[in-house]
Design a protein around this ligand. Structure first.
Ligand SMILES: [Zn+2]
Length: 216
């Protein structure tokens, strides 16, 4: 519990200072042991953590959390990742569980904010984060094109690829463009239009430029 509280405090500070936004609504935080976060999920398919508007749940009995507990920066990044999904929900850009839209950007932004929270808190160096993204498989040649991850995304390798994509977006448009994107969606823009408004490039142009940086 202490670890989770500290990680949430880091996450709140990071979004406040870097993105200029923080989660303001009440959030129920649950550490699931005997009852999983998602009831009736088939055993073994339960994610390590899940966040929806107003709730954040960690499967502390799952294999993912067992790994994370031995690595404080990884554990912190998982919690900051979920915390950012809560902010996405508040800002209006978190798709519902059945809405298959801008999936790589939802998860890439959460993964990026999750790790950058840990860098800012001094728990991990930036080059170690990149090494971890490489370990996860973010540079694997077998990964699909980023444009094929709009509807669904899953697995560490795809998340690492999405981290790389968001890192590229943020390095040119700045981290607050992530907030601009969410607010644009919230006012009713389609996501491709919101993307262009926030990041100053069309998705097609971005995909083309990004794929050029990937080994094939
Ligand atoms: Zn996520």
């Amino acid at each position: 519990v202490t670890l989770v509280e500290a990680a949430l405090t880091d996450a709140d500070r990071y979004t406040d200072e870097t993105l200029g936004r923080r989660v303001t609504s009440a959030v129920e935080v649950r550490l699931a042991r005997r009852s999983p976060c998602v009831p009736f999920d088939p055993f073994g398919s339960t994610p390590t953590a899940i966040a929806q508007s107003g709730s954040l749940c960690l499967n502390t009995d799952g294999p993912g959390w067992t790994d994370a507990r031995e690595d404080p920066a990884l554990a912190g990044s998982v919690i900051a990742h979920e915390h950012y999904h809560l902010l996405q929900a508040e800002l209006g850009c978190l798709p519902g569980p059945d809405d298959h839209t801008h999936a790589w950007l939802v998860e890439g932004a959460a993964t990026w904010v999750g790790w950058q929270t840990e860098v800012a808190a001094g728990h991990v160096a930036q080059d170690q984060v990149l090494a971890t993204m490489r370990d996860w498989g973010g540079w694997d040649e077998g990964l699909p094109a980023l444009s094929d991850l709009e509807e669904d995304i899953g697995g560490d390798a795809a998340y690492a690829l999405a981290y790389r994509a968001v890192d590229r977006l943020v390095s040119s448009a700045g981290p607050r463009a992530l907030v601009t994107f969410c607010e644009s969606i919230n006012t009713g823009d389609a996501w491709h239009a919101a993307f262009e408004r926030a990041f100053g490039t069309t998705t097609d142009d971005f995909y083309a430029a990004f794929e050029l940086t990937r080994p094939r």
